[in-house]
Design a protein around this ligand. Structure first.
Ligand code: ADP
Ligand code: MG
Length: 270
């Protein structure tokens, strides 16, 4: 297994990350030789138009997909070619929240079982302190996301969209991850509850000491949450920098167009 000497604080490094998909007879280059690094405690935003490769990139970081070529290191260990059985650290340390809590939460499971499910996974269990009490952890994370104590006994359909996304966030927090990756976390929510969920994420990142990766086509979302941005187009990173620098002095016409389009794309999804 290839190791490399991680600089202090380095959590992720990706080199020449490429992912091709076969879509019918057509080949799609979803990710085209992307380099990336992420330090512990950073809050990274990944923005770009729909289809630019954002979700593909974060799925590779989370170990949910394998690259066609290129490599990813997590805490100095190359994860790209590790067999599934050796991905335990990643499965516990890196948690994802997806766009639509309706499809990411099993409607037939009680919320308490949904949230504690990651704790029962064999790969995750080995990473947790011995004797981790699932009901205790459930109560802790329900409180952390401002849901009532009895929420665990109920089913997802009994909750509003914003509350369902809080459930998804609680499940992600349950194994005490180091990294939270949120892919369009508020895009499927009513505009009226987006700010509440974003504020919750902001608070949790601080209180739980999380490293955050947020994917959004909505530049207002990442401006609020992130200290560093990468801008993607057609599978490549076309611009990268401190959030305020990218906003104040965008280096490419593409980024300027994304910024100009904010009021319009705020209402679209994808
Ligand atoms: P984004 O999240 O920025 O909208 P994605 O990473 O989802 O973009 O997709 C990047 C490109 O890869 C798009 O052209 C998309 O259609 C294609 N793609 C993504 N997933 C698959 C897949 N499983 N099979 C075929 N093509 C895919
Ligand atoms: Mg996407």
């Amino acid at each position: 297994m290839a190791e490399h000497t991680a600089t202090p604080g380095e959590l992720y490094r990706a080199e020449a990350l490429t992912r091709r998909y076969r879509d019918g007879g057509r080949e799609v280059l979803a990710l085209d030789s992307v380099d990336l690094h992420l330090d512990r405690g950073q809050r990274l935003g990944i923005v770009g138009e729909s289809g630019s490769g954002k979700s593909t990139l974060v799925r590779l970081l989370a170990g949910l997909d394998r690259p066609t070529s290129g490599r990813v290191w997590f805490e100095g260990t190359e994860i790209t070619r590790l067999p599934e059985r050796d991905l335990g650290v990643l499965r516990a340390s890196v948690q994802m929240v997806f766009q639509d809590p309706r499809s990411s939460l099993n409607p037939r499971m009680r919320v308490g079982d949904i949230i504690t499910e990651p704790l029962r996974s064999r790969l995750v269990r080995r990473q947790l302190p011995a004797g981790t009490d699932h009901q205790h952890r459930l109560a802790e994370v329900l409180e952390a996301v401002d849901l009532p104590e009895d929420a665990g006994r109920r089913y997802p359909h009994e909750f509003s969209g914003g509350q369902r996304q809080r459930i998804a966030i609680a499940r992600a927090l349950a194994p005490k991850p180091e990294v939270l990756i949120a892919d369009e976390p508020v895009s499927a929510l009513d505009v009226s509850v987006r700010a509440q969920v974003l504020n919750l994420l902001t608070d949790l990142v601080a209180s739980q000491g999380l490293t955050l990766v947020v994917v959004s086509h909505d530049l207002m979302v990442v401006r609020h949450l992130c200290d560093r941005l990468v801008v993607m187009r057609q599978g490549r990173i076309v611009e990268e920098g401190a959030t305020e620098t990218v906003y104040e002095t965008p280096a490419t016409a593409y980024t300027r167009a994304l910024l100009d389009a904010v009021p319009r794309i705020r209402t679209s999804r994808g």
